[in-house]
Design a protein around this ligand. Sequence first.
Ligand SMILES: [Fe+2]
Length: 300
Amino acid sequence: MELLLIGGYKTTVPEWERPTGDESTTVLNVPERRISCVDFGFGCDMLVTRRIVQLTDCHLFADPSRELREFVTWSRFMTVLQDVRQRIPEFDLLVMTGDTAHDEAFETYQSVRGLLGPWIEKLKIIPGNHDDRRFLNDVFPETRGGLAERITFESRWENWRAIGLDSHITGQTSGSLGDEQRAWLRTRLQARPSLHTVLFLHHPPVLVQSPWLDQIRLQDATEFEQLLRDHPQVRVISCGHVHQEITASFAGGTLITTPAVGPQFRPRSEQLEIEPGPPGYRVLELHPDGRWSSQTLFCQ
Ligand SMILES: [Fe+2]
């Protein structure tokens, strides 16, 4: 038990759950944000809502002036960071869900790290098809997860946790989790079945009604769905890759995709078509009782 003085009252704050010893797990222990009501006679805990900002598909280059389909992606990334500073002044986690670097260059990741500044402490980053897993590991060593060949993460709070998965297949545009990672995920979910869970991965496991994108979705979606059917605590799965927003039911939970920081894709198109529009991102609010809500935000 830990004593804190909050608002002039002396109260007790019980220790949070401790790590299991797995380096892939981060327990965000911020005791001053949790106030026990025991000393006030309420017999309940005042738990706080956790907030996650998701950025995806930045498609950045080592050369900051380089364009992707007539968009300067660094300019869009800077615009999004400024928008987050203004509209989401407080959040618990910054999750980047892949295709951070279009050129897969070491220098690109270094520039991203330099720009995020103090947000690095809140950053979790997983690869997309355009990323280089080795360079991600080199530039963001603190984000390295528990699987040797993958970049994963797990962050836990009182009633919620966020797990990041790695669907990158080197040399391919489509994605896959693979047997080993799905077994790892099953172990994590079985260990704490009472925790409401949000999953992040780059490749969505559902059709988005654009044939060219549906061909390059998550290839082991059926196995992934079977796994999640056994774990109803997975409430929401949030992906990138498709550069547009969709919402779908999946394995008893809700699957969402997030607009890109880079160029947006036109929904329901046979071939790649760019949808004119500003960069976007997502914010998720995870409430202590298991409810959650989410918004996509576009920069003006
Ligand atoms: Fe992308």
